[in-house]
Every structure is written in C-alpha cells, then in structure tokens.
Design a protein around this ligand. Structure first.
Ligand code: EPU
Length: 438
C-alpha cells in the first residue's frame, strides 16, 4: 500500500465481533430459530460458525444476517482444529453442559496476546456444580454436570468473556446466579439483551453486578448486534493520522468516552452530526502527546492502544502507553520501528502488581514489559512488516497509511479475523491499498 494520502469520505461501522461470536454460542441454548442481523463478515465469525455447526447447529447465511437452528441432537465435543483457532470456542461449555450434561473443549487458541488462560471460567463453572478435568495429554477439558446450580460468583479480577461464559451457563441453571465484580463492557450488555429476547431473566443490578434467574427453556428470537467500538476507534485514528475527514455511520459516541477525551486532547476533532453519525478529523496540524493507561470498561480499552501508538508517533514529545489488561500486547512495536518509529519499552512502577494488573501476575514472563515510550513526531517510512495479532494488524495498516512510499504487509489474514473487507473499505476512503494473493 502507498502512504501519505489523506482519507476522506464515509464509512459504516460493522457489527461488533465480540458480540457476534457469543450470539453463535447463544443459539445452542434453544432448538428454535435464532436470527442475527449486522453480523460482520470476518474470519473469526466464520470459524465460530464452524464450531457451532460441528455441534449440530444448522446455519443459513445471507450477507450480514445469519440464521441458526439446533437440530435438537447436540454433540458435545468441539473438534481440536476449530478450538485451537479461537478463544471463544470454549464458551460453548456452559450451553453444552446445560443442554447435554457434558462438554469436551480444547484448550482455546486465539490472538497471541499473552497466556490467556480460562481459569476464571472453569472455577465459576465448578462452583455451579460442574466436574471439570483437564487432560494435558490431549489438551481437552472434560466437563460434566447433571444440572448446573445458581451460585454467587465473585470474580477476583475483571473478565469479559469469563462473565459471559457464566451468564451463558446460568440462564438455564437451577436457581439464581449472582455475578459480582462482573465485566461492565457494553458488549456484555448486548449479549444480555439478546438472551433476554430468548426468554432469559438477566439483569444488571449495578455497574459490576449481574443477577441471572435460571429459566427452564429459551426460545428463538431475532436480534441486531451493536456496532463495533474498536472499528470506530480505528476509523477515527485513520482520519487524524492521515489528516483527512472521515464520516462514520452507525457511530456510538456514548460508548467511546474513554477514547474521545484523549483523542481531542491529542488534537483530534470529533463532530457529532446526528445520534449515529460522527465526523472525525484533525483539529490542528500539531498532534500533542497524551499518556494512556489501558483498563477494563469504562477505561481506555486494551484494543485501542495499538492504533493509538500510531497517532502518538506523530505527536510532539514523548508519550507513554501502560498496558494493564494483557501481559503481552506490544507485538507491533518491532514492526513500527522498522518504519522509523522511535519506541522503547519501560517498566512502569506499580506497588501491587498482583492486584493491579488484570492478567494473572504469575503468567508474566520475565522479558515482558508493560509500558512503551513513544517519541515524536517521526515521519514514518515504508517497510515490509508482518502482522502478529488482529489489533496489531490494523495498527500496521494505519502506520503504512501515514508512511511515505509503498509498504508491504504480511499476514493480512490476522486483520480479516476482525475487520470486514478492510482494504475495500479503505479504498473507498481514498487509500491506495490492495491485497496480493500469495
Ligand atoms: N484472564 C485469565 N484467566 C481467565 C480469564 C482472563 O488469566 O480465566 C486474563 C486474560 O489473559 C487477560 C485478562 O485476564 O490478561 C483479561 O481477560 P478478559 O477475560 O477480560 O479478556 P477476554 O475475554 O479474553 C475480551 C475480548 C478481547 C478484549 C478483552 C478486553 C472477546 C472474544 N475478546 O477478551 O478482544 O481485548 O475482552 O475487553 O470478547 C479482540 O477483539 O481482538 C480482543 C482480543
């Protein structure tokens, strides 16, 4: 792709990946038809559909709408080849336990952003009465339960999919489940809306507490998934770093407070055109450095720090990013440096790292660093770079948009995991980007 071209025009935010994946899991909870609209056409969804199909769900697809229907005869084993690709494949464990009494789940894969264990999910399910054993020889969790029972689960640390796993397990359980210190991410609430539309009884009683009254049966429904917050942030940064003007449709500013504040502080401009349309551009020529600490919702999302780093390469002075959610999410740094970025690692001083960080401190490897320092402004130049994970992929594309000359990005399939037809949509904004099939 060629850099140095301002992006101008309109783009519509696709449906949220991190709701679409869980909507596929929700369909296992009923034998009736579940119709989901605004499903992004991305690789992770394709893979998740293969997972549920392998369990006995029939799928019909028409562009951004999917129809899922259980055959009524569910299988309880997720094939290793699907499970290894995708972390959310493990989330079928609750619905399978509820509906078949057993589940065999491979230790999940997903983006390479740290150890990413599922201990918080497993512990919660055990509390509900499931017997779960891990066999290190074949890499499978073997779970069984006669009937899951409602309990009080107090998460020691925030877990987004862990909270959703427990919700998906509790909807058909006997009695009431209370989730304390539950994740507050808006995607969790979208999943709750979908499940309540299927007849579940779930309510968020305060910011971090969710109560689920188990019901006997769920029914079919039709549901439209919320737009993807991470995409909107990507388009906002794309507008600012390229000195263009991008009008974003299906925008949800109400979910982006933690991004908009530093974005404006850095010199980005945000104009609300109507409830769901926002124009993003650059307020002034000079971008200012702003320090970021990632956090669970309503904080600055971990998914935004990689694209944010590209904006900060264009900022005056030194800025820092302190990653607190994952222990290894700076895979893009080496690649950005190939384009001329000046970034070094540092170790932020933290008094109680065991409780401060969202990941399990014991999973940390000695040569990981939780902070980076970015010095700018730097005129990035073209390079041949390789994508390691989804958000890093979007980041390298943004960097190449800013850089002089033609860049070559390997591993585009990582971006396809979460961004629908990214090169086609960027071309409509004027980017000179093409996919080279190898
Ligand atoms: N963790 C554990 N044990 C657990 C669960 C989590 O150690 O049982 C650790 C994780 O390794 C991580 C931290 O706790 O260090 C937080 O994990 P969390 O469970 O909150 O994250 P997640 O559910 O694995 C989801 C999204 C991520 C997003 C985070 C934060 C999905 C499929 N994934 O991950 O999205 O970054 O929440 O909001 O919903 C992406 O879209 O590319 C992506 C990685």
């Amino acid at each position: 792709m060629d850099g140095g071209i301002p992006l101008n025009g309109e783009i519509t935010v696709a449906g949220a990946k991190n709701v679409a994946l869980k909507a596929c899991v929700a369909a296992i909870l009923t034998d009736e038809l579940v119709v989901i609209h605004n499903v992004p056409q991305i690789r992770d969804v394709e893979w998740m559909l293969e997972v549920v199909k392998s369990l006995g769900i029939t799928i019909t697809r028409n562009e951004n709408t999917i129809k899922l229907k259980s055959s009524g005869n569910l299988l309880s084993r997720v094939p290793m080849e699907y499970g290894a690709r995708l972390r959310t494949s493990a989330m079928v464990i609750g619905p399978l336990l509820a509906r078949t009494g057993e589940a065999k789940i491979p230790n999940p894969g997903g983006c390479r952003i740290g150890a990413r264990p599922i201990d918080r999910h497993i512990e919660g399910l055990k509390q509900m009465g499931a017997v779960i054993e891990y066999n290190p020889e074949d890499g499978y969790f073997y779970a069984r339960a006669k009937k899951l029972e409602g309990v009080v689960i107090d998460f020691a640390k925030n877990t987004h999919t862990g909270t959703e796993t427990m919700i998906l397990a509790a909807v058909l359980a006997k009695g009431t489940t209370v989730l304390k210190n539950a994740a507050a991410e808006v995607e969790v609430d979208d999943l709750i809306k979908l499940l309540n539309g299927m007849g579940a009884k779930i309510r968020r009683v305060n910011d971090r507490e969710i109560v689920i009254d188990g019901v006997k049966k769920l029914h079919g429904t039709e549901f439209r998934i919320m737009p993807d917050r991470n995409e909107e942030v990507t388009w906002a940064i794309a507008a600012a770093v390229s000195s263009g003007e991008v009008i974003v449709r299906d925008s949800r500013l109400e979910y982006l407070g933690a991004f908009i504040k530093p974005f404006v502080q850095a010199g980005g401009r945000v104009e609300k055109i109507d409830e769901t349309t926002t124009k993003y551009s650059r307020e002034r020529r000079d971008i200012q450095s702003v320090d970021i600490i990632t956090a669970p919702y309503p904080g600055f999302m971990t998914d935004w720090q990689a694209p944010w780093a590209v904006l900060m390469t264009q900022a005056n002075g030194v800025s820092t990013i302190h990653e607190t959610v994952f222990e290894s999410r700076f895979s893009y740094v080496g690649e950005l440096k190939k384009m001329g970025a000046m970034i070094d690692f540092y170790d932020p001083v933290v008094t109680n790292p065991e409780s401060y960080y969202n990941f399990n401190w014991t999973d940390r490897v000695d040569d990981y660093h939780q902070g980076i320092r970015i010095s700018g402004p730097i005129a990035l130049h073209n390079a041949v770079v390789t994508i390691d994970d989804l958000r890093a992929g979007a980041t390298l594309i943004l960097a190449a948009l800013t850089a002089t000359g033609e860049s070559y990005i390997h591993g585009a399939e990582q971006v396809d995991r979460g961004y629908e037809k990214i090169e086609v949509r960027l071309r409509r904004l004027g980017a000179r980007i093409r996919r080279v099939y190898e």
